[in-house]
Design a protein around this ligand. Structure first.
Ligand SMILES: [Cu+2]
Length: 158
C-alpha cells in the first residue's frame, strides 16, 4: 500500500496527539487521583430524618471552618424543610441539601445556586450572600402533581 507523504505526516501527528492526550488523562486519573467533583457524599434516603445534619434542617453557625454557617435543606414531595429561613447579610454559607424521595431541583432565583437533589446523594454549594432581600427557592425538576407548589425562601437580612 502506498501512502502519500502528507498522509504519513498527518497519521503520525494524529496518533501522536492521541497518545499525548491519553497519557495526560491517564496520569491525571490514575497517578494524581483526580476525579469529577460531584456526588462525593452519599446518604441512605430512607434515614434522612435521623442522619446528621439533616435531622436539624435550617441555619446553623459553625466554628473553625472556611464558612460561617451551614444551611441545611431537606426536599420531599412537595415542600422544602425549612419553608423559609433568614440569613445574615455578608455571611459565607454552605448550603447542604438532599431529598427523601424523588429527584428535586434546588434553584435560588437571582443567585447562581442551582442544584439537582438526587435520592441517595448530598448536594452542596458554598456562597456568600452579599445582597439583602428575599430569594425564592424553586424546584426545577418535575417531581409530580404538586411540583409547582414546591418553594421556600431565603431572606438575607442586615
Ligand atoms: Cu419538583
Amino acid at each position: 500500500m502506498h501512502l502519500h507523504k502528507l498522509e504519513k505526516i498527518w497519521l503520525t501527528f494524529g496518533i501522536g496527539a492521541l497518545i499525548v492526550f491519553l497519557s495526560v488523562i491517564g496520569v491525571s486519573a490514575f497517578y494524581l487521583g483526580n476525579k469529577p467533583p460531584s456526588c462525593l457524599t452519599t446518604i441512605n434516603p430512607e434515614k434522612v430524618d435521623t442522619t446528621k445534619p439533616f435531622n436539624k434542617p435550617g441555619l446553623h453557625k459553625v466554628e473553625g471552618k472556611d464558612w460561617d454557617y451551614e444551611l441545611v435543606f431537606v426536599a420531599s414531595a412537595f415542600f422544602y424543610d425549612p419553608g423559609a429561613v433568614k440569613v445574615p447579610l455578608g455571611a459565607k454559607v454552605k448550603v447542604i441539601a438532599t431529598t427523601k424521595d424523588v429527584i428535586h431541583g434546588f434553584e435560588v432565583a437571582g443567585t447562581n445556586i442551582n442544584m439537582m437533589l438526587e435520592p441517595g446523594y448530598v448536594s452542596e454549594y458554598t456562597t456568600t450572600f452579599d445582597k439583602a432581600g428575599e430569594f425564592l427557592i424553586v424546584c426545577n425538576e418535575y417531581c409530580g402533581a404538586g411540583h409547582h407548589l414546591m418553594s421556600s425562601k431565603i431572606e438575607v437580612v442586615k
